[in-house]
Write a protein that binds this ligand. Structure first.
Ligand code: G3I
Length: 323
């Protein structure tokens, strides 16, 4: 059985993968990506980001998002939609103009309204806001914060709730929140604020991206504690972008360590009530975002360049079989 089959038996809703448009002409890649036994869920790694969806003001283009979602739909895979509000991969028309607060709020609502209607009830979850905090827990200085103020996050969730299907879960998503630390506590404070208002801000979940480094102290207990920071408020959680990158050259002992890091992470989600699923941030090493961003590091995923399953794949599989 594949990873999604085993994950479901262990009580998760899905085991999924991100899929990037740049490899969709590779049949070996797509046959694994849309193999329902391995992956019960897909996330477009780039296709639904603002620069692609609204390349000119009020001109919407869903080609790249649909390229990932249509075969996923045909294969019966759930979709996590990613992402409405981020500071990266924005179109130049948006970043190179100075907007007033009211203008930017109107642009935000228009973007969410259009994209939400296009994908209306096709998304199991939407990453409504992505990466709004710095590692020290302060608010990241972005176009959104500078122009609209802190209320931009609440507004984004309110717009999303207004326009997407009532069934779609609305998530806040971030990295380096897989431990109890300043950043995860800042996200928890945001959630507490949202849920405690007279009219609560609609939020259903928090996504822990889970970009890890082989052997660099991400422990099972830490992941469990971080997940519980959010489930204790009645929210659901998920590991949304799991990968474990290795400082090259790769060696057999590093692969064993990487396998342990993967396994501990997936197991933490399985063991925490309210953690609904795990998504790997792609599955095939050649398409990983890691080498471009961290030169000298790589081999972060579950299938190697020759499409051979790695030790980490088998260890995760064995762990899931134990449930
Ligand atoms: O599409 C062009 C292609 O036409 C061109 O030939 C190629 C040449 O380099 O570049 C392609 O664009 C790249 C794009 O990914 C598509 O693969 C960009 O250069 C590259 O910068 C971009 O990187 C993406 C990155 O977000 C941008 O910040 C990664 O693929 C994507 O995996 C990554 O995903 C983020 C999540 O959204 C949020 N969390 C962190 C995660 C990893 O950075």
């Amino acid at each position: 059985p594949g990873l999604d089959v085993l994950a479901k038996r262990a009580g998760l809703l899905y085991f999924g993968t991100a899929i990037d448009n740049v490899v969709l002409d590779n049949e070996q890649y797509t046959s694994i990506a849309h193999n329902r036994a391995e992956f019960g869920q897909v996330t477009p790694s780039n296709g639904q980001k603002w620069m692609h969806i609204e390349p000119q003001r009020n001109v919407f283009n869903y080609t790249l998002g649909d390229q990932v979602s249509e075969p996923g739909k045909a294969a019966g895979q759930l979709r996590r939609c990613h992402t409405f509000v981020w500071h990266n991969q924005l179109p130049t028309w948006l970043t190179q103009t100075t907007w007033s607060k009211d203008e930017l709020i109107a642009i935000l609502e228009n973007h969410i309204r259009n994209e939400a209607r296009h994908y209306y009830d096709e998304c199991y979850a939407w990453d409504v806001v992505n990466e709004a905090f710095n590692d020290d827990g302060t608010w990241r200085d972005t176009l959104w914060l500078r122009t609209i103020g802190k209320e931009y996050i609440a507004l984004a969730f309110q717009f999303a709730r207004k326009y997407v299907s009532p069934r779609t879960r609305l998530y806040y998503n971030d990295y380096n929140i897989e431990k109890v630390n300043n950043k995860s506590l800042a996200v928890e404070a945001l959630v507490t604020d949202f849920l405690g208002r007279d009219v609560p801000v609609p939020i259903d979940g928090v996504g822990l991206q889970a970009h890890f480094v082989t052997g660099r102290t991400q422990r099972y207990n830490q992941t469990v504690a971080a997940l519980k920071l959010f489930t204790q408020h009645g929210l659901e959680t998920a590991l949304t972008e799991l990968d474990v990158r290795t400082v090259l050259p790769d060696l057999p002992e590093k692969q064993e360590q990487q396998a342990a890091d993967y396994t501990n992470s997936v197991q933490a989600c399985v063991d925490v009530e309210g953690c609904v699923g795990v998504t790997v941030w792609d599955f095939w090493d050649p398409v990983s975002w890691v080498p471009e961003t961290f030169p000298g590091e790589g081999n972060a995923l579950l299938w190697d360049a020759g499409f051979v399953k790695k030790v980490a794949y088998y260890r995760v599989s064995d762990m899931l079989r134990g449930y």
